[in-house]
Ligand binder design. Structure first.
Ligand code: FS2
Ligand code: SF4
Length: 543
């Protein structure tokens, strides 16, 4: 096993025995094999399209295959092995249909037993991507970015929004990894990855806002009611909608969890009165929070935490889509109308106690680009008058390490004339602090999920235009981003593509970057990592 795709990777170099995330060696190996199988299918799709064959089913399959391998998405060997077998079947079908005679390992390999899978998996780790360590690291970097693209593309296609160019890029990247590449070509590919990151976030934004309306300023209850509840986690708004439809009138309330919190700001979801609020915090606190929730939990995507031996909730956790955990039930049955059948979860909820309160009160959310631009005059006035000196983007992920207390402290110590722009689960480190407002503008503006970091790019580009600046880096915006998994990697690559320089990312820089690459990203993009709150306040010019 070798996995170095997330911020918590062991010793910041790579997990080699068990994942810090709880991923076991065999699961990590099967995930590598799934990527390898997707490479074969990607090769076949590209060839088939040249012959005019529609490959939409295969492209969606590859997208889901990549998503399965994201940090904390799927720990279920049986599900991953099934995905590998299905991938090979799709590949072979396409080879016949498109009459592809070319030979290569990913296009030809097939295993018949678990032993075959185990054997092959050991030969296809990312460590074998290239002999040259810089090229290998850049191939890992692009693959991890493409995994982030896949996650966002899947949410978009679940709502009926697709772009062929995004599928093409993901598939070309998978094929590229197997080819010899120069350093220059790899650096160009990395920039293209960022470009497609912008494209996919724009696509998902379009999918979400045209289906559910533009998020608006909303107060969200963080306490509990008296009815039994279902907690929905992950990022998929389409799953949320289907759950809300099926729970309506059943006496079961629905609560959002972690990255599902932003759903409460979409006008469309407000018509469901039984969507009563948000329960809990960022993903890594689920081990305790699921105990006190008392009712069923539905994971639509990552982040799953393997349960402890003493966990009592295993029989009430369900997964769907790319998510999976051995022993947790998977919802894949469909109703006649094509929606997922959540009746088992709803029936179980009716028999459960209502959630136990762990917090009370409300938090304010809903500051995606449309809402912020509606306040643009007010924001500009505050910027021009000096009431707002700096906008501080603190988007990204939260995770377990104690060093992440930095972000709470940083938020607390920011001067009162700064506003935090956030998105992703990173916000849980400071979104319940009482940081006040500036002329009625809250000091924490939450745009939504990690993909809604796109909102801050839209806002920055708009401000640049209105303020007639020739360079986005002249805006009074600083970036202090927290990363954890591959969706944050694509967000960061998208910012680099947009020309945003001097971003701080933390709590550590990616372990997959070699010293040589670190120097390249530092020299070209001014990327730095965090130090101490005091030092960083100084280096950002905040004190
Ligand atoms: Fe947080 Fe986990 Fe959002 Fe990441 S809930 S780290 O998936 O993409 O973000
Ligand atoms: Fe390690 Fe992160 Fe990979 Fe899990 S996802 S095995 S913690 S690098």
């Amino acid at each position: 096993m070798f996995c170095n795709q997330c911020q918590e990777t062991a010793k910041n170099t790579g997990c080699t025995i068990n994942g810090v995330c709880g991923k076991k060696e065999d699961t990590a190996n099967f995930q590598d094999l799934l990527i390898f199988a997707c490479q074969g299918l990607a090769f076949a799709t590209i060839e088939a399209r040249k012959k005019g064959i529609d490959t939409n089913v295969e492209s969606k399959f590859i997208t889901n295959g990549l998503f399965i391998t994201i940090t904390n998405a799927n720990f279920d060997n049986a599900a991953i092995m099934k995905a590998i077998n299905d991938c090979i079947a799709l590949r072979d079908n396409l080879k016949t249909k498109a009459n592809i005679n070319e030979k290569n390992d990913a296009l030809d390999w097939k295993g018949t037993s678990e032993a075959d899978f185990n054997e092959k998996a050991k030969q296809v780790s990312t460590l074998f991507f290239d002999k040259d360590e810089d090229i290998r690291a850049l191939k890992q970097y692009t693959l991890f970015g493409v995994k982030g693209i896949a996650a966002y593309a899947e949410h978009a296609f679940n709502l009926g929004f697709e772009e062929q160019d995004i599928y093409n890029f993901m598939e070309e990247t998978l094929v590229m990894i197997a080819r010899p590449m120069s350093l220059k070509d790899m650096l160009d590919w990395l920039v293209k990855t960022g470009e497609h990151g912008v494209k996919v976030m724009a696509l998902l934004d379009k999918a979400n806002t045209s289906t559910f309306g533009n998020p608006e300023i909303s107060k969200v209850n963080i306490g509990v009611g008296k009815n039994p509840g279902i907690l929905i986690s992950g990022h998929d708004l389409n799953d949320l909608e289907q759950l809300l439809i099926q729970t309506e009138g059943t006496g079961v309330d629905v609560y959002t969890h972690s990255e599902m919190l932003p759903a409460n700001a979409y006008p469309h979801f407000k018509k469901y009165k039984h969507l009563v609020g948000n329960y809990g915090n960022a993903w890594h606190r689920q081990l305790d929070e699921f105990e006190t929730f008392n009712g069923p939990v539905l994971f639509t995507t990552n982040c799953l935490v393997p349960p402890r031996k003493t966990t009592t909730y295993n029989d009430r956790i369900f997964t769907t889509g790319a998510a999976g955990m051995p022993d947790w039930k998977v919802i894949d049955k469909k109703l006649a109308n094509g929606h997922k059948d959540f009746s088992e979860i709803i029936e179980l909820a009716k028999k459960c106690q209502p959630p136990t309160a762990i917090e009370n009160g409300e938090i304010t959310i809903g500051f995606a680009h449309n809402q912020v631009l509606a306040l643009a005059d007010k924001v500009l006035e505050a910027v021009n008058s000096g009431a707002i000196k700096k906008l501080v983007v603190m988007s990204g992920c939260d995770a377990r390490q104690k060093t992440r207390e930095y972000y709470t402290e940083f938020a607390k110590q920011l001067p009162k004339d700064t506003v935090i722009l956030t998105s992703g689960c990173a916000k849980y480190r400071y979104n319940k602090l009482q940081l006040g407002d500036i002329n009625g503008i809250p000091r924490v503006l939450d745009a939504g999920q990690c993909n809604d970091s796109y909102s801050w790019a839209v806002v920055a580009l708009k401000l640049k235009e209105v303020l007639k600046l020739d360079d986005i880096n002249k805006l009074p915006i600083i970036f202090n981003i927290a990363w954890y998994e591959q969706k944050a990697i694509i967000v960061h690559l998208a910012l680099l593509y947009l020309g945003i320089k001097n971003t701080h990312i933390g709590p550590t820089l990616p372990g997959f970057l070699t010293p040589n690459l670190l120097k390249i990203v530092q020299d070209n993009f001014g990327v730095q990592t965090i130090t101490t709150v005091e030092e960083d306040m100084k280096s950002f010019g905040l004190c």
